[in-house]
Design a protein around this ligand. Structure first.
Ligand SMILES: [Zn+2]
Length: 312
């Protein structure tokens, strides 16, 4: 694969180089001698890095808008972008292809946001019915923790601060700007966290039935209980798992089953019908929202949760 793709990749590098040069000339962009090009793995990190980086860096996000990030496959150009970036910002455990490329091409210039915060243990995945050992192994996460840490704004605030420090270290000439913007972003996230804690403080229900288990950090932070129909967005739940979740939803008088922006709502709708609940969309922010940004999408999530859980 290496030798076979070498020419292709070299061509990709050239193309990227030419493109960058053209863009820089075309826009008359200020010359960046420092941190320069930073590659981010998925939307929440893109949003954060753009905030913290300001005009001192350019950010390239690997996951295109509207694309489910977990199964992302990288093009040779994207691998070249990772190899050529001043820094790669990712979360180990979300995207195996990104983990591998960063490890191979940018291990010494990477920032794994999961190393900045206290992670939660990954939900245990039961074997799927009729699945071979090998198929089950393929479904296993490569890391032992839940990687969806961006759904807790307080943890993301910590990531913002550390990202500011890392960018400052990589580009000391712009250190002040990175640190100032990191502090401002962390403050905004801390304010959002306080709003969410208050808004979810007193609710009739504390049970969050979701399509896939993306909301563990949100549940942990605001003392809710997450019950995911599936662990990962691509797997179909077994009939046994569906029956189990249906029973639990009835027992706990769940009124709303949450669906997600990128996952088909079919299974959640069937379940909702069975337990006499409604469905509502909760955005796990695995891709950018159609309107607004991380902060406004989280505030929309807060409103959805308040209605569904009967918060006063
Ligand atoms: Zn996910």
């Amino acid at each position: 694969m290496m030798s076979g793709n070498f020419r292709l990749r070299a061509a990709g590098l050239l193309a990227v180089g030419t493109l960058l040069a053209t863009t820089a000339c075309g826009t008359g962009a200020a010359e960046t001698t420092g941190a320069g090009e930073v590659v981010t793995a998925l939307y929440p990190l893109q949003w954060l890095t753009e905030r913290v980086g300001g005009t001192d860096i350019t950010v390239t996000n690997l996951t295109a808008p509207g694309v489910e990030p977990h199964d992302l496959e990288l093009t040779p150009q994207q691998v070249a972008e990772i190899a050529g970036a001043k820094m790669a910002v990712y979360i180990k455990g979300v995207q195996p292809a990104v983990d591998e490329a960063v490890e191979q091409h940018a291990a010494d210039r990477s920032f794994d946001a999961a190393t900045a915060v206290k992670t939660l243990e990954a939900a245990h995945e039961e074997g799927h019915e009729g699945e071979t050992e090998q198929e089950h192994a393929e479904h296993e996460h490569e890391v032992s923790y839940d990687p969806h840490l961006w759904l807790d704004p307080s943890r993301l605030a910590t990531v913002a601060t550390q990202l500011g420090d890392r960018l400052a270290a990589a580009d000391p000439a712009h250190a002040r700007g990175f640190k100032d913007r990191a502090a401002k972003t962390a403050a905004e996230l801390t304010a959002l966290d306080a709003e969410m804690a208050k808004g979810l403080g007193t609710c009739t229900s504390k049970t969050l039935v979701t399509s896939h288990e993306a909301f563990g950090y949100l549940a942990d932070r605001y003392q809710l209980k997450q019950v995911g129909i599936t662990i990962d967005p691509d797997s179909e739940p077994s009939p046994a798992r569906l029956a189990e979740v249906a029973k639990l939803a009835k027992d706990e008088k769940v009124t709303t089953i949450f669906t997600e922006t990128l996952v088909s709502p079919k299974v959640a709708e069937v379940l909702a019908g069975e337990v006499g609940a409604k469905t509502a969309v909760l955005d796990p922010l695995e891709t950018g929202p159609e309107q607004g940004d991380y902060l406004s999408a989280m505030r929309a999530n807060l409103q959805t949760l308040r209605t569904a859980l009967g918060c006063s």
